[in-house]
Design a protein around this ligand. Structure first.
Ligand SMILES: Nc1ncnc2c1ncn2[C@@H]1O[C@H](COP(=O)(O)OP(=O)(O)OP(=O)(O)O)[C@@H](O)[C@H]1O
Ligand SMILES: [Mg+2]
Length: 476
């Protein structure tokens, strides 16, 4: 079970996250309305816990957008503005509960669990009444085969191995199996094995005891234990170092783990889903991937076809992403038939992810509400160019989730003690600002609107970070 927490007060967010995670509820966190809407459009959550006063707006006034995206999700409102006005506004919404700060953390945890349980029983009804709960779009024959496989694993704990090129939707399939399956009340825990430095993998997966190694100042519960009662998603399994492969195999064979530096065997009760975009067979031949582990994982293989082999899904996916973009506040666009035709003939080497990014860019940059092939073509050409340049650049995208990125970044950059926050913030803001400025053709006002921050704040930060918006614009 996973909930979304929208809270800009770091210390409160940490306390709530810890209390919920201790109860087996996994928490995704953001601190803005824009972040909230993006996460809601990408994933399903059993409940939303939101603060009211946020940097980019009001958590109550903006609930309409939440309802557009997730009509039935329970909402719990937290607020430090203990005025009657906030209480009245909260009770005017269909919020599940309203907590003025300071609140009793245990009571909040109880309420979140209750709310989440009520929404997961609704999910069950949805599924019984025709399976609209499936977040995957596309009706091509090859996707039908994928859906059939998914339905076969919902009522059992067979290990699933999801194979497919990057961006084909492997993670989405893993989430769908969890959310529609019989373990949906438990947590969904994803680990990107490629993003964790080799020496930390075992402690990430299995946890460690206090003092197990230098720096192990407290006991750490690993992902296997965090996923107790739910699903553990082992992403990018093809990139796992050999030693960790051996330990993983042992855990799968014995059904139990031992924390690093620990003696106790801990029984594991979790469904394993693994995924990779690598071709494992040659890796097995080359001795880079354990054959016995492959057979352990490959109990139920699900192959996600590349998008170019299911061109008849492109129209539905494009419309789906246009709707998501509009729900996130971008202009609402439509595609003319010849535009759909042109989209369907593109190679989409980055698969659904590339199509999704392109459609968002289109929603932002198109000049007309109905986009035809003629206005689509130049945008396609410039994205193809950007992609080709991106490929030449030596940047390696190792992970899509922030948790893993942060681990990786800390391990590789080793920022000086006392400077971690500032250097992490700069490392995060620079590529974010550059990307958004590229999307707006260097227009700082539009970039600030899109980011949901004040234009002066943006200008100031660009100066501090030494990002030259003009230069960026000329490079387009
Ligand atoms: N069938 C689909 N319907 C709707 N959205 C999809 C579909 N397939 C993929 N997506 C979206 O495309 C993006 C990429 O999907 P995902 O992250 O699951 O890919 P992946 O196969 O795990 O890629 P990688 O190998 O790079 O990790 C996500 O935003 C996902 O929501
Ligand atoms: Mg993935």
């Amino acid at each position: 079970m996973s909930v979304l927490l929208v809270e800009d007060d770091e210390s409160i967010a940490i306390v709530i996250t810890a209390a919920l995670e201790a109860e087996g509820v996994s928490v995704s966190r953001c601190d803005s309305i824009a972040g909230r809407d993006r996460l809601l459009s990408e994933r399903r959550f059993a409940a939303l816990v939101t603060d009211v006063m946020l940097a980019d707006g009001d958590g109550i006034d903006s609930l309409g957008r939440v309802r557009e995206l997730r009509p039935d999700m329970p909402v719990i409102i937290l607020s430090a503005q203990n005025t009657l006005d906030t209480a009245v506004r909260a009770s005017d919404t269909d919020a599940f509960e309203y907590f003025p700060k300071p609140f009793d953390i245990d009571e909040l945890v109880r309420t979140v669990r209750q709310a989440a349980a009520s929404s997961s029983s609704q999910g069950l009804l949805e599924e019984d009444s025709g399976g609209q709960g499936l977040p995957l779009v596309g009706r091509s024959a090859s996707m039908q085969a994928v859906y059939r496989m998914i339905t076969r694993v919902l009522r059992n704990d067979l290990t699933v191995l999801i194979l497919g090129e990057s961006g084909t939707g492997k993670e989405l399939v893993a989430e769908a199996i969890h959310q529609l399956g019989h373990r949906r009340a438990g947590p969904f825990v994803a680990v990107n094995t490629a993003a964790i430095p080799a020496e930390l993998i075992e402690s990430e997966l299995f946890g460690h005891e206090k003092g197990a190694f230098t720096g192990a100042v407290a006991r750490h519960i690993g992902k296997f234990e965090q996923a107790e009662g739910g699903t553990l998603f082992l992403d990018e399994i093809g990139d796992m170092p050999m030693q960790a492969q051996t330990r993983l195999l042992r855990a799968l064979q014995s059904g139990s783990i031992r924390r690093v530096g620990g003696r106790e065997e801990v029984r594991i009760d979790t469904r394993i889903i693994a995924a990779t975009n690598r071709d494992l067979m040659p890796m097995i031949t080359a001795g880079q991937f354990r054959e016995d582990l492959f057979y352990r994982l490959n109990v139920v293989p699900i192959n996600l076809p590349p998008l170019r082999e299911r061109a008849d899904d492109i129209e539905a996916l494009a419309r789906h992403f246009l709707t998501l973009a509009a729900a996130e506040g971008l202009p609402r666009r439509q595609l003319s038939p010849d535009a759909v035709d042109l989209l369907s003939r593109q190679p989409w080497r980055g698969n659904v992810r590339e199509l999704r990014n392109f459609i968002y860019r289109l929603a932002l940059l198109a000049r007309e509400d109905v986009v035809d092939a003629a206005s689509l073509a130049p945008l396609l050409a410039s994205s193809a160019r950007a992609e080709a340049e991106g490929e030449a650049a030596p940047t390696v995208v190792v992970s899509q989730d922030f948790d893993s990125c942060i681990n990786h970044w800390l391990a590789t950059h080793k920022p000086a003690p006392g400077a971690i926050y500032d250097s992490a913030l700069a490392a995060f803001e620079r590529p974010l600002f550059e990307q958004v400025l590229r999307m707006t053709g260097g227009n700082q006002l539009r970039a600030a609107q899109l980011l949901g921050i004040n234009r002066n704040t943006l200008r100031k930060r660009l100066g501090e970070l030494g990002v030259d918006a003009e230069l960026l614009n000329r490079r387009l």
